[in-house]
Design a protein around this ligand. Structure first.
Ligand SMILES: *Cc1c(COP(=O)(O)O)cnc(C)c1O
Length: 497
């Protein structure tokens, strides 16, 4: 197994190279040269395995240049009950009538990003060792909230790494800010930028591509790598939980081996739902992949019409992690769907770059409609859905997950399809206490982030995640706010250069 670039099919690298490098030099994303298969017998065997064992099995199919011991080292460090509040790592909760919530938020930062970011540091450092980079890896992240904290928790105190996170001073929620400025670990730094998310993102990009910085780093034994969702090392771990939950449903007698299921995913950058697509192509029996969007419904339109058009109004919603108009992982799907035609991908994506728009071929449109169903809902529908689920099933979902539940309800209504279904639940409701409470009851706008958490606990009776409860007593470690032009100096100073 090797990895090709979506923009140049002649690229041919090992998984270690793909993960250490992050993105291909031609600007394309790394994809596996073939999608490995699993059999029904494999699925049966996975049934009574632990999550780390299931992960090791899936990784052995994709990271064929890793030894068994290297894979074990990665999965055992990442998926333990030191980091997750359940031994199962993720949970399947029955909601109604053959519909299961796949709770992916039992990790340290209470969002599904932990599923990949807990293991990525081990995958990156192991990859770097394998290809003899012999450098300390520096991770730079610009964040609008969830990714930054999940990356900090993943990389904290991981030997051979340093991580620096920049966030917009006025662009993250109070809880997200608290999570970041109290971050523990000897190899971490966090800094606010006077500016918005784009300023932080552009600042990070310009440091990444600054050859002077690169030279300085190299002289001092450092190199940059990327923790964002285009790295294959973030996608592969997401395939695991779809394979794992299918095996679990079979094992628990909830479905027959071979029975098809639907998978519903609240989608932003298209990483999570793409992982479900890979699981299907590996041999997990899947009927429809249901792509749920908020008012930023560029993917809904794309799947329904074959025209991707980012020239539209950007909406700030109560599901901010899905407020995205360019879904980068879509490029991987299209590469597979168009018969791995790299020149076709270059054409579509340069059109996206130049005019914000492209239209795929009729063949690709047909496959898209066959494999996927797409829908969206707005904030008021999202809130109504949170309330409805709570009233009917005493189940509280966060704002992102509620988008998925609502789109799934619309799908069932429209198609009458009763196929058993998994809905990806991507964040703990406590992470978005304010919006969830607004949906469930009256709130006092003067409440601070911890009063909101207590109030949600009172209303919902759901346990407060320990990591959020403990924040209240944590010492503030990172109080810097800098101008965006000073980011480069901050990076060099933090590295002692
Ligand atoms: C990142 C995120 C999403 C979107 O996932 P993609 O892989 O970007 O499609 C959905 N919900 C939450 C809570 C997230 O943090």
């Amino acid at each position: 197994m090797y990895y090709k670039s979506t923009r140049d099919s002649s690229v041919n690298v090992t998984s270690a190279q793909a993960i250490a490098q992050g993105i291909s030099k031609d600007g394309g994303l790394f994809v596996p040269s073939e999608i490995p298969k699993i059999t029904f017998n494999d699925i049966k065997n996975l049934g009574d395995m632990s999550y780390p064992d299931r992960a090791a099995f899936v990784f052995s199919k994709y990271l064929t240049d890793f030894s068994e011991a290297e894979i074990r080292y990665c999965v055992d460090n990442a998926y333990s009950d030191k980091n997750f509040d359940t031994k199962n790592i993720c949970e399947l909760a029955h909601l109604f009538d053959g519909t299961y919530m796949l709770e992916l938020w039992h990790g340290p930062t209470c969002a599904f990003k932990d599923m990949a970011l807990q293991i990525l540091p081990y995958l990156i450092t192991t990859s770097a060792k394998k290809i003899k980079l012999n450098k300390k890896i520096v991770i730079l992240v610009a964040t609008s909230g969830d990714t930054g904290k999940a990356a900090l928790e993943g990389f904290k105190d991981v030997e051979g790494t340093q991580i620096m996170v920049f966030y917009p001073a006025d662009g993250v929620s109070k809880m997200q800010k608290k999570q970041m400025i109290t971050q523990e670990g000897e190899n971490v730094a966090v800094c606010a930028i006077n500016g918005n998310f784009d300023d932080a993102q552009n600042g990070v990009k310009s440091i990444f591509t600054d050859s002077e910085v690169e030279n300085e780093l190299s002289k001092n034994g450092f190199m940059f790598s990327s923790a964002n969702s285009i790295n294959w090392g973030r996608l592969a771990p997401q395939i695991v939980y779809y394979v794992s939950s299918y095996a679990q449903l079979v094992y628990n007698g909830k479905i027959e081996l071979g029975e098809k299921i639907n998978i519903v995913v609240p989608t932003g950058n298209f990483g999570n739902i793409l992982a479900a697509y890979y699981a299907k192509k590996m041999g997990i029996p899947v009927n429809k992949l249901i792509c749920a969007s908020n008012s930023n419904n560029v993917l809904t339109d794309f799947i329904n019409t074959g025209v991707y058009d980012r020239n539209r109004k950007f909406h700030t919603t109560i599901s901010p992690s899905m407020d995205i108009l360019i879904s980068s992982n879509l490029e991987r799907l299209l590469y597979h769907l168009c018969g791995e035609d790299d020149s076709q991908i270059r054409e579509w994506f340069s059109s996206l770059y130049d005019c914000g728009k492209y239209e795929v071929s009729d063949e690709v449109k047909d496959v898209l409609r066959k494999e996927f169903y797409a829908g969206f809902c707005d904030d008021s529908q999202t809130k109504a859905c949170i309330k409805e689920q709570f009233d009917k099933y005493s189940y509280v979902c966060d704002t992102h997950t509620a988008v998925a539940v609502k789109v799934y309800e619309d799908y069932r209504e429209k198609t009458k399809d009763k196929t058993k279904t998994i809905i990806a639940s991507t964040a703990s409701p406590y992470k978005f206490s304010n919006s969830v409470l607004v949906a469930l009851s009256e709130i006092d706008q003067a409440m601070d982030e911890f009063e909101l958490v207590d109030k949600l606990n009172e209303v919902s009776k759901l346990d407060i995640p320990k990591s959020l409860a403990e924040l209240k007593y944590k010492e503030i470690r990172f109080n810097d706010t800098i101008e965006k032009n000073d980011m480069k100096a901050f990076v060099l100073k933090s590295l002692g250069i």
